[in-house]
Design a protein around this ligand. Structure first.
Ligand code: SAH
Ligand code: SF4
Ligand code: F3S
Length: 512
């Protein structure tokens, strides 16, 4: 039970109108944030009603939109623009839920009353994309001065970025980081009541705030955070600096969330963490990731379980066994190798060798022959020689990945690799990148089609983007399938005959 004054409620029953905002805000979380949701909502409503009376709302939204808003009882619009990985996607769902409860309506366009950018800084091009968007949104704000622009996420945990925004992007209203995203409602209430930029960045945290509102992009599948942060400090990577130390959620909280999702019709969960294989080490009563999976597997209604990401150094035999025995854990393992050269892996601080990676991949394939292995590879890490790169190609040829994300090494300020001598010239790295990509694609094209002419279980996920009357879905091993089907099948697992392999995806038809 959550308590604000005399009002006590469960998350799912929260009624914002029951909150007495004349009281002082509660000190404890999450009650405090529910209080601020009610407060922000009251401020937005008052402003919106004044604009309706003065006619400003009519000229701003137009007749049709305004009538729609009055019917829906919303007081403005918002967009959350997300960059980066699944953790950020998940965070954006949480931000979206809070903004909706504050009385704002979600739109996909940045022409909204509030735009929040959830940023990523894993590679330099992620940063560049944000600055591109900021230029655009600035032009929108010139036409709509009441617009609120917020920035949050990984990039905001970097001091030099925040300094740059404060100096050169003064039209931004709100900046917060990765450790305090649960505070969105409170920060918004501050922002709405002042004219200067609100900046709240925490250096780190050991706290996990549970039971905040949550929203889902898909009704039938959902990401579930099982841990936050990362302790690995791979020498190229900024994530441990911007996401803080590794913290695992209590298993009871995770399982409660999954049960709750199942009761709402979710059939697939994706367990999320930067290194799920080290789940549970920091708990008061330690638990392994494999044990957590076994518990999740018992939950009725959940039919598919996925997880991201596995660090090869922590992948246990216990996990392989649990995957092998499981009916629900998907036949897919994303196992980032980063490089095939033992020398480079050492400089990357990955803590495994080329031979260990190959042995691990072989062991997994032997135990679970139908598994699909995918990976991440960085090209052009400082000091990478032609010989090191050949080692990477060698592993790619030996493991035969179903797919691989290939990245050009990007120098991140503050990481050990950024200070290393012998940074690789761009043209050399780019040439290697192209060779690697060609190899990866050639192999993926050969491997991905192995289930052609068989009937497989497919989770129908959405309308096909290209073919009218078709659906797009996924196999357990994560390969995409396109097939003719009615939209009523979306969210269901159906039997599909895989007629043709087109390299990275199949086309098929429903089994009669
Ligand atoms: N926690 C995950 C990875 C998160 S970042 C893991 O360890 O597997 C996702 C991917 O981005 C990484 O696997 C890596 O391949 C890539 N990456 C991270 N930092 C990078 C950098 N500085 N330059 C290029 N690619 C990078
Ligand atoms: Fe970055 Fe390595 Fe942590 Fe992955 S495991 S987030 S690559 S430091
Ligand atoms: Fe990017 Fe942060 Fe994820 S830096 S990749 S959004 S953890």
């Amino acid at each position: 039970m959550i308590k604000i004054g005399d009002y006590e409620f469960e998350v799912k029953d929260f009624d914002v109108d029951q909150v007495d905002i004349s009281l002082d805000p509660p000190a404890e979380e999450p009650a405090r944030q529910y209080y601020f949701i009610a407060k922000v909502r009251a401020i937005l409503r008052e402003r919106f009603e004044a604009d309706v009376r003065s006619g400003a709302a009519l000229s701003h939204y137009g007749k049709e939109k305004l009538e729609d808003m009055l019917t829906k009882k919303v007081f403005g619009t918002f967009a959350v623009v997300t960059f980066g990985c699944q953790m950020n996607e998940k965070d954006s769902e949480k931000l979206t839920a809070v903004l909706e409860q504050c009385g704002l309506e979600k739109t996909d366009s940045e022409q909204a009353d509030l735009v929040l950018y959830n940023t990523c800084t894993v590679r330099e091009n992620a940063n560049q994309r944000l600055y591109g968007h900021l230029g655009y949104v600035h032009s929108l704000k010139k036409k709509n001065p009441n617009m609120i622009i917020g920035l949050c996420g990984c990039m905001m945990q970097e001091k030099h970025v925040v300094e740059k925004i404060q100096k050169s992007y003064r039209f931004v209203d709100l900046i917060f980081g990765t450790h305090n995203i649960f505070k969105l409602a409170e920060l918004l209430s501050e922002t709405l009541c002042k004219d200067t930029m609100e900046v709240d960045i925490w250096e780190g945290t050991d706290k996990i705030v549970e039971d905040l509102p949550a929203e889902r992009k898909y009704p039938f599948k959902s990401g579930v955070n099982i841990m936050f942060g990362c302790n690995n400090f791979c020498s190229y990577c900024i994530v441990p600096y911007v996401r803080g130390r590794e913290r695992s959620r209590e298993p009871e909280e995770i399982l409660k969330e999954i049960k709750n999702l199942a009761s709402q019709g979710v059939i697939e969960v994706m367990l999320l963490g930067q290194n799920v294989n080290s789940y549970g080490k920091t708990l008061k009563e330690p638990m392994t990731f494999a044990e957590l999976l076994k518990e999740a597997e018992k939950i009725d209604g959940i039919e598919r379980i996925r997880f991201m990401t596995s660090h090869p150094k922590d992948l246990s035999d216990e996990l392989i066994q649990v995957m092998k025995d499981s009916k629900k854990i998907c036949r897919h393992l994303h196992l980032p190798m980063q490089s095939g050269s033992t020398r480079i892996l050492k400089a990357m601080n990955r803590r495994y060798t080329k031979e260990q990676y190959l042995a691990l991949a072989a062991k997994i394939k032997e135990a679970i022959p139908d598994i699909s292995l995918t990976t991440d590879i960085i090209v052009g890490f400082p000091g990478e020689t032609e010989e090191d790169f050949e080692d990477t190609l060698d592993v790619v040829r030996k493991v035969r990945f179903d797919s691989a994300f290939t990245f050009l090494y990007s120098k991140r300020t503050g990481t050990p690799a950024a200070a290393m001598e012998d940074q690789i010239p761009e043209d050399v790295a780019k040439a290697r990148f192209d060779r690697l990509l060609a190899e990866v694609q050639k192999i993926a094209g050969e491997v991905c089609g192995r289930d052609v002419h068989t009937v497989q279980k497919v989770l129908a996920e959405e309308k096909d983007a290209r073919e009218e009357g078709w659906l797009t879905g996924r196999l357990s091993n994560n390969t995409t399938v396109h097939f003719p089907g009615d939209i009523s099948l979306i969210g269901k697992i159906v039997d599909v005959y895989l007629e043709e392999s087109r390299g990275f995806y199949y086309t098929g038809r429903l089994k009669d």
